[in-house]
Design a protein around this ligand. Structure first.
Ligand code: PMP
Length: 389
């Protein structure tokens, strides 16, 4: 018999393990660690949404829903996207309820990529994009966004990266890990390039509810972009529902129907009780979202000011719940900084290099943790810096 490892598909073997995991594993064996590492809200899902899920179970809704999700929920998603973000998608044919935004990204890529097709990924980027492009049989072309441009891609960088094999550009605003947001004008710039080269744009809008300074603009709302956009979103961040595994994807009908083929065979449907909770979040959750947003906003201001004061220069992240300060002044690599900070001061952050080449020289600090914990973490980081200067 071959060794069991030899059965593993080459493309899976070649996927690198997530650099974030290593730090979680290290931190989980230690006591008294303050974690600024995790990318999830510190709020519990609203009681109203939890009750809606409980009620659905009490009423016996324990079977599959339609493959694309409860129609009632798709109608509510369509209404929410139209009233909140000015994008219009038909509930019956242009929306799929997915198992988190993660699955939406996966089926979108699998539906559009043939072997060799290229997808432009803007680094620093969410860690799943490149592995998911590769698992879908495509090639990821990484473009490095830079601190001096607030980690926003320049049109010239996109133009340079486009080849005859490019099929799509992946964007994420507000961004994980940098918190950068793309303005309407910047989105129009990307849209013009997508139109000129006849490309799709996968727009990960999972943090759309968490935008602090400007009104959010969805890529689907930019003129002529609706049919070129695969709009990915979900309930994890804005509605504090990470564990429910609920997201959705909106796109023009033929794209959605292609994604639905994959979804129906690989997953059937998103969990039924989670769909009931999501329905309640959309109907009754807007006040909770506002409250959470205000709280993140206060914490963002605090953390950015503190980091800048101690010499870890940090652009102001317009959204999400991450600060991405430079650690260049310490002379350490991002891994060295994160590892020493964890061991010496018991603060967990994520080294920027796990998000791509241009993430080196930075760390990602999630501020989705209480202000008291943040204050203590900032004290410890300040101490760490002075011990190493
Ligand atoms: N996109 C981005 C940019 C994210 O940060 C995350 C979660 N960390 C996801 C997608 C996945 O979210 P979900 O929980 O909905 O799968």
């Amino acid at each position: 018999m071959n060794t069991t490892k030899s059965y593993i598909a080459k493309k899976v073997e070649e996927i690198k393990p997530s650099g974030i995991r290593k730090f979680f594993d290290l931190a989980s064996g230690m006591e008294g660690v303050i974690s600024l590492g995790v990318g999830e809200p510190d709020f519990v899902t609203s009681w109203s949404a939890r009750e809606a899920a409980i009620l659905s179970l009490e009423q016996g809704y324990t079977s599959y829903t339609a493959n694309a999700g409860l129609l009632e929920l798709r109608v509510e998603i369509a209404h929410y996207m139209k009233t909140r973000f000015a994008v219009q998608y038909a509930p019956k044919s242009e929306i799929i309820v997915t198992v988190g935004a993660s699955q939406a990204i996966d089926i979108a890529l699998r539906a559009i990529l043939d072997p060799g097709d290229e997808v432009i990924v803007l680094e620093p980027s969410f860690v799943s994009y490149i592995p998911l492009v590769e698992l879908a049989g495509g090639s990821a072309v990484a473009v490095q966004t830079l601190k001096e441009n607030d980690f926003k891609v320049l049109p010239s960088q996109l133009e340079e990266a486009i080849t005859s094999k490019t099929k799509a550009i992946m964007i994420c605003s507000p961004n994980n890990p940098t918190g950068s947001t793309l303005s309407k004008e910047e989105l129009k710039g990307i849209a013009a390039i997508a139109k000129e080269h006849d490309l799709l744009v996968l727009s990960d809008e999972i943090y759309a509810e968490l935008c602090y300074d400007d009104e959010y603009t969805s890529l689907g709302a930019i003129e002529d972009m609706r049919d070129r956009t695969i709009l990915i979103s979900g309930f994890s961040k804005g509605f504090a529902m990470t564990g429910w595994r609920l997201g959705f994807v909106c796109a023009e009908e033929s794209l959605i129907q292609a994604m639905l083929k994959i979804h129906q065979y690989s997953l059937m449907c998103a969990p039924t009780m989670a769909q009931f909770a999501g329905l309640d979040s959309l109907r009754n959750g807007s006040n909770d979202v506002e409250e959470m947003k205000k709280s993140y906003h206060r914490r963002r201001n605090y953390i950015v000011e503190s980091l800048n004061e101690m010499g870890l220069t940090c652009h102001i992240p317009g959204g999400a719940f991450y600060a991405f300060p430079s650690i260049a002044s310490t002379g350490m690599s991002s891994e060295e900084f994160a590892e020493k900070l964890l061991i010496e001061e018991k603060v967990a952050v994520v080294p920027g290099n796990v998000f791509g080449i241009s993430g080196e020289g930075h760390i990602r600090c999630s501020y989705a943790t209480s202000l008291e914990q943040l204050q203590e973490a900032m004290k410890r980081i300040k101490n760490f810096i002075s011990n190493h200067s």
